[in-house]
Design a protein around this ligand. Structure first.
Ligand code: DC
Length: 225
């Protein structure tokens, strides 16, 4: 039996690493839902969309086409926005600074969630984000809520970004993470919450291999049910 696996948690907890590994092990589709909110944010910034004005948001969403495309070099799926591969651009600090604000907009969430639900129709999917176990797939067979010590998260994120942003300071990364955690958890529509039936995975002291082994065991139990 194929199942749906949801992975939610705060920013830079290692959700996408785990989701990607799990999908590879199980031969499932991996979807990074955050990439969709990032691509929408990139479009809004480039096109000077005033996202405080609902009509502007509607018009912009009508012009946005999102899909994932397999990248044979990395073995991963890249985010494509209106035929342009934006996988690298959406990881920029400018996008990170605005994405939580854009992701809090009701119309943006409805637009994204509808597409995410469609991707899960055939099951056999691992999706990571903030509201996947609560709103996108409330009936998923396995829901994982990933946590990690905040200082460890800042360090991981800094290491990830410093290569492409050599002027970045650890303080900037810390502020951005704290602000995003706050905005994601306190927004009106589908705030970040641990689903009541989610299992928690604290990976502060776990290697990637240990983390994967734990999640894989949970997945195999659900698949056999
Ligand atoms: O996972 P990430 O850091 O790439 O996500 C970027 C932002 O998108 C994050 O600040 C919160 C938002 N997001 C969301 O609101 N719901 C999701 N399912 C995934 C991401």
């Amino acid at each position: 039996m194929s199942i749906i696996i949801t992975i939610d948690g705060y920013s830079s907890c290692g959700k996408s690493t785990l989701a990607r590994q799990l999908a590879r092990e199980l031969n499932y589709l991996y979807i990074d839902s955050g990439a969709m909110y990032r691509a929408i944010t990139l479009y809004f910034l480039r096109n000077h969309v005033d996202w405080a004005v609902v009509a502007e948001v509607h018009k912009a969403l009508d012009e946005i086409n999102l899909h994932f495309e397999y990248n044979s070099h990395t073995g991963q799926s890249d985010m494509v926005l209106n035929d342009e591969n934006v996988e690298a651009l959406i990881r920029d600090m400018l996008v990170s600074e605005h994405v939580s604000e854009v992701a809090a907009i009701k119309e943006v969430r409805e637009f994204s969630v509808a597409q995410q639900q469609k991707m899960g129709e055939k099951k056999g999917i691992v999706m990571d984000g903030r509201d996947i176990g609560t709103t996108v797939f409330p009936h998923a067979e396995l829901k994982i809520f990933v946590t990690a010590d905040p200082a460890v998260r800042v360090e991981r994120r800094f290491k990830e970004l410093i290569e492409r942003n050599p002027n970045l300071t650890i303080e900037e990364v810390k502020n951005n993470l704290e602000l995003r955690d706050y905005t994601d958890s306190n927004r009106e529509f589908s705030p970040l919450r641990k689903a009541a039936d989610a299992v928690e995975l604290d990976n502060t002291h776990l290697t990637r291999e240990q983390q994967l082994a734990t999640a894989l065991k949970w997945a195999q139990e659900r698949i056999q049910d």
